[in-house]
Design a protein around this ligand. Structure first.
Ligand SMILES: Cc1cc2nc3c(=O)[nH]c(=O)nc-3n(C[C@H](O)[C@H](O)[C@H](O)COP(=O)(O)OP(=O)(O)OC[C@H]3O[C@@H](n4cnc5c(N)ncnc54)[C@H](O)[C@@H]3O)c2cc1C
Length: 442
């Protein structure tokens, strides 16, 4: 089939790869000039399938309210909130009950473990080399933090995930560079988990896609998606516009289609897969689909390793502040904060300061802070009350969705892509796809 993938974040790139592997003729449209320039650009890089759980959980609203207090709050509401944010919070709150949480957690973890094995297969089969390190430490500042993580440890036990509960001394053996001035209660060590650079992987996989014949149309925004009807398999037409007036594509297309308005060009496909992250709404709403998908902003700071002996070996998560510190090759990255409301490009200084504080608490002197520091804001494509949608838009529709991977898009991407490709091929996948189908809200 001739298939368009809209969006070249980690979800779009992995989707294009799996579709091309299945023999489809794939074109990727991306409004930015390169792959992984939006949410997949500078995320924490944590791949911890046992910790991929829904944010909407019993007791979460109160935890969120408590976490909002203080200058180092893990959760933030940026006022004034838009109506869509308030509606999102309302749906989120309604999903904070045990049966919904358990159902969604099972779905997410099934996908995350599957995704990890698919990521390893892809990495090995193409000998991809990107910054990665094994092991993940959940650092517990106090005994209260230890008590708070007990329910998630029970989940890990139920899943058969191997982990160890460590005291401070044992945690320091795993991460010897931890600040000697910082006293803490201990840590949970997940030796099989890992951290890895999402953007690097996306760029390498893009090259593999090209080798498989995938066409990339960068600087190209899909503005409209036209189909004969939601339930007809008659293909789809994409109307695209160049995001750079003098891009190569622009001149190519104008010479192919002289006289046609340069602002919009048409491409016909048998099927279209939307992997548009937080920007799904404009295309979806024209199809009559309304997902409770909002950006939940987070931040990261990346800096070059100053002295390897003072830097983390792999990943550490500060359970109190919900901030992770990861070692990605010659860089240290500290990431966290969950902010509802606000705007893309509007950096929250207070959230960034928390990242510097947490880095200093655990690994002072790990990174060069005087130059080459990258501060980044990213938007998690969060669905309020359900796992990601990996599904056909409607019976027989030529439109497919791979959307809403929230805080774990990197950890879920490879499995989601394989699952979607299997669905398009009409094959029973390796895992059940039921939980990710487009259905009425929980
Ligand atoms: C601070 C932070 C830390 C995180 N840490 C982790 C982590 O440790 N582990 C983990 O698994 N996940 C993590 N995440 C989440 C993860 O980064 C996201 O879930 C993931 O990047 C989403 O990928 P995506 O491909 O869906 O979206 P994106 O990467 O945003 O890709 C969507 C792409 O679609 C393009 N696009 C949209 N609309 C159009 C259009 N109309 N035409 C053409 N192109 C279009 C956009 O330009 C964009 O490039 C983190 C996120 C943040 C913010």
């Amino acid at each position: 089939m001739k298939i368009a993938v809209v969006g070249a974040g980690i979800v779009g790139i992995t989707t294009a790869y799996e579709l091309a592997r299945d023999g489809h003729e794939v074109t990727v449209f991306e409004r930015r000039g390169a792959a992984a320039e939006e949410s997949s650009f500078s995320n924490a890089g944590v791949l911890s399938p046992g910790y991929v759980t829904p944010w909407a959980a019993p007791g979460m609203p109160w935890k969120v309210i408590k976490q909002m207090i203080g200058s180092h709050a893990a959760f933030r509401l940026n006022f004034p909130l838009k109506g869509a944010d308030i509606a999102w919070l309302w749906r989120f709150w309604r999903a904070c009950n045990l049966p919904t949480y358990q159902r969604h957690r099972t779905a997410l973890q099934q996908l995350a473990f599957y995704s990890r094995s698919r990521l390893h297969e892809i990495t090995e089969s193409h000998s991809l080399e990107y910054d990665r390190a094994e092991g993940y430490l959940i650092a517990l500042r106090t005994e209260k933090d230890r008590a708070m993580v007990q329910p998630s440890l029970q989940v890990l036990r139920d899943l058969g995930v191997t982990f160890s509960e460590l005291d401070e001394a044992a945690a320091r053996e795993i991460e010897p560079a931890i600040n000697t001035d910082t006293r803490f209660a201990g840590a949970i060590h997940l030796a099989q988990d890992e951290v890895a650079n999402c953007r690097q992987f996306a760029l390498l996989l893009k090259d593999e896609c090209r080798k498989l014949g995938v066409q990339f149309e960068f600087n190209t925004s899909v503005q409209k998606l036209q189909i004969a009807g939601m339930n007809t398999a008659q293909g789809a037409t994409l109307f695209v516009a160049d995001t750079q007036a003098n891009s190569q594509l622009s001149s190519q297309l104008s010479s192919q289609s002289p006289g046609i308005d340069q602002a919009a060009r048409e491409f016909a496909f048998d099927a279209v897969v939307l992997c548009t992250g937080v920007q799904a709404e404009p295309l979806l709403s024209k199809l009559g689909i309304h997902l409770p998908l909002r950006p939940v902003y987070g931040y990261s700071v990346s800096a070059h390793v100053k002295e390897p002996l003072n830097a983390p070996r792999s990943g550490l998560m500060d359970e109190r502040y919900k901030v992770s510190i990861t070692r990605l090759g010659q860089r240290v990255r500290v990431a966290g904060s969950a902010q509802v409301g606000g705007r893309a490009g509007e950096m929250n200084r207070s959230a960034i300061n928390t990242l510097y504080k947490v880095l200093h608490d655990w690994f002072p002197g790990a990174a060069v802070m005087s130059q080459g520091v990258q501060e980044w804001q990213g938007a998690r494509p969060m669905l309020a009350n359900r796992p990601p949608v990996i599904s056909r838009a409607a019976n027989n529709s030529p439109v497919w969705l791979n959307l809403g991977h929230g805080s774990s898009g990197w950890a879920l991407s490879c499995g989601s892509a394989r699952l979607l490709a299997d669905k398009i091929a009409g094959r029973a996948g390796d895992i059940s796809a039921l939980a990710y189908a487009l259905q009425s809200e929980a």
